[in-house]
Ligand binder design. Sequence first.
Ligand code: NA7
Length: 547
Amino acid sequence: MNTQHAEPEMLDALIIGAGFSGLYQLYCLREKLGLKVKVLEAGDSVGGTWYWNKYPGARCDSESHVYCYTFSKELTEEWNWSERYPGPDEIVSYLDHVTDRFNLRHNIEFETRVAAARFNEKDNHWDIEVDSGRLYRARYLITAVGCLSSANVPEIDGLKDFEGQWYHTGQWPKEGVPFEGKRVGQIGTGSTGIQAAPVIAQTAQHLTVFQRTANYSIPARNHKLNTEDRSSHKLNAAATRELTRNNSNGHGWLISEKQALKTSAEERTDIYEKAWQTGGLKFRASFSDLLISEKANATAAAFIKKKIHQLVNDPETASSLADIDHPYAAKRPPIDTHYFETYNRDNVELVDLRKTPILRITKDGVVCHKPDSKGQRTEKHHHLDILVFATGYDAITGTLLRMDIRGRNGLKLSDAWSAGPRNHLGLQVAGFPNLFMITGPGSPSVLTNMPAAIEQHVEWISDCIAFMIEQNHTTIESSESSVESWVNEGNAEANKTLLPSVRHSWYLGANIPGKPRVFMPYTGGLDKYRNICQKAADENYKMFVIS
Ligand code: NA7
């Protein structure tokens, strides 16, 4: 850490990131606790994940009337969403509005990336250094860095030789990318690729989609909201708040109590058909046993695969798209706008990488292995002007570990987590006093509607810091034993579901070479998690080590 710079700026709390989490954490610590707080943000505006993810077709998969804060009735009352699912520009406008409405901007430093943070054991504070070398000193350090903010660009042989332009969807140029007259290759068919392909296909001369793992998708059925929709959302806002705070997923709906396996085939198909027509993530709430029973899940999987075959004209393409090797929603379940239908366009081609893997990238395209009719190895060159990597993120831990965070005895977070992330309640790591993580590993985060999970975390952290101040305590940290029991609890909850069975899922870190395979999000549900956290607070944080 650079010590040649001027005196550090003294703060009570430093927050990293100005997305949904960082802004609300700033508001709570400043307004409710009166602390001196600063947010450091790498981008030049608020927005977090949505500041960077401006790729074609980008859209939130939570519905707009729940993808927002609920802490201020006035804010809920005055803000008007324009569509069922908000796009990045509208979300950033919303967060801009929140920033100005609550006068938060002057506590945020933009274009400032945290490089390192060290816990000073002598004086019990954090020393933080940013990329420009500036220093800050704070009693509390809170990471609000999002779960999907470190782009994963796979190391494919030859990328450096590519003479066209290439982009990762998570670092999309603000000015956009014109596809007119271009031959575009898109690698990846996760939630992002499934959103991007239909939009890129509308203007590109030709789009080649490289699919490694076929994926389920449910129609989003996005639409403009009218005055009645908005009035109804506002009228029901208090009830919706109660619902999103007290259910397992933080969305505006409950998971049905009906079991697929105890429902007749005819009724089951009716229920799936209705959910398909309604669209969106609620499809996965059709039955209570979908994520715990392979047999139940297979009924949903079969329904969706049949839809794919109905939607896609070319039987070979349909077969590749429907050749899905994992249970429905055991990987992140995408929702789409005309994704499967896009393959009926003359200018769109699917390359099934399970049959014809990528060999290398050349100066003007991608070369795939293509067995000929005699099974001999031949090569096919896909000529491309633009390559789009919709290849996901070093999710949940990537951004945390890219910073050089060191706790007691200089322990590096990357060493503490060398076998995978370990913490207590997803909030605190043993040996890292006064460091709190919002929506980190071990918390429900990506399995929920994020703002609901974020409000819970921020409020818990704020209450905890208020307790520390009231009681004149200096440090709070997890004990090794509480970490051990939380890791066991997390594994036990995950193993009740089908989710850890998908070995190639980013929930397990499997998309990043060398990343430990540990199931990261807490699957017990936001409601259960909230109660566990509340109990810890009600017991005066006795599971934590306080000094
Ligand atoms: P995902 O869900 O991680 O999807 C990434 C896609 O990229 C997926 O289809 C991957 O295939 C594919 N991929 C990754 N590396 C490669 C290589 N080397 N070759 C070919 N294909 C590759 O990321 P998304 O951005 O779509 O979604 C992330 C979240 O963002 C999403 O859940 C929403 O919450 C928003 P694989 O499946 O690994 O075989």
